[in-house]
Design a binder for this molecule. Structure first.
Ligand code: RTP
Ligand code: MG
Length: 156
């Protein structure tokens, strides 16, 4: 059963193409569940360039943007809505720093330490704020409620 305390939060996770092709999906899901998250929704999608650019619009002026779009469209991704108390911050903590090199040194038990390669190919995404989580969940799952006031939702 979902909590009716009103204290749960949702966040968006995405296993990136390198995580998918490296067959890390089951290991990542195990870490997710062992860490107390529920997987509320999931879908596998192949992003096209326009969709990827829209998802990562905040980075459109960055030097790494075109490489990021090539990377994230290079194969299918698994997108998940995760739920638990403090889901946004806890998921960011669990995936570790953006640079997988750094993750392996400073956060050896993080997901990016497990399956990431470098500062770009880091195998997993997490929303960076509650506002981002709402936007990103709506981006992929139009029907999932993200409002903080929600106290009940359907089991999947
Ligand atoms: P994400 O949004 O995917 O969860 O990653 P993040 O917050 O840790 O990092 P962000 O700054 O939002 O960057 C988004 C993704 O762009 C790629 N990137 N490449 N080559 C580079 O220097 C570089 N910097 C970032 C990574 O795939 C990063 O996760
Ligand atoms: Mg980010």
């Amino acid at each position: 059963r979902s909590s009716s305390s009103g204290s749960t939060q949702k966040t968006l996770a995405m296993i990136k193409p390198d995580g998918m092709s490296g067959n890390y999906t089951n290991r990542i899901k195990n870490v997710i569940l062992e860490s107390g998250f529920r997987i509320v929704k999931e879908t596998i999608v192949q992003l096209d360039e326009d969709t990827a650019a829209s998802f990562y619009a905040e980075h459109s002026t960055k030097s790494f943007f075109s490489n990021l779009i090539k990377y994230i469209t290079s194969g299918p991704v698994l997108v998940m809505v995760l739920e638990k108390e403090n889901a946004v911050a806890d998921w960011r903590d669990l995936i570790g720093p953006t640079d997988a090199h750094k993750a392996k040194v400073t956060r050896p038990h993080s997901i990016r330490a497990m399956c990431g390669l470098d500062s770009e190919k880091n195998c997993i995404h997490g929303s960076d704020s509650t506002q981002s989580a709402q936007r990103e969940i709506s981006f992929f799952f139009k029907e999932v409620s993200t409002g903080a006031a929600v106290t009940e939702h359907d089991e999947l």
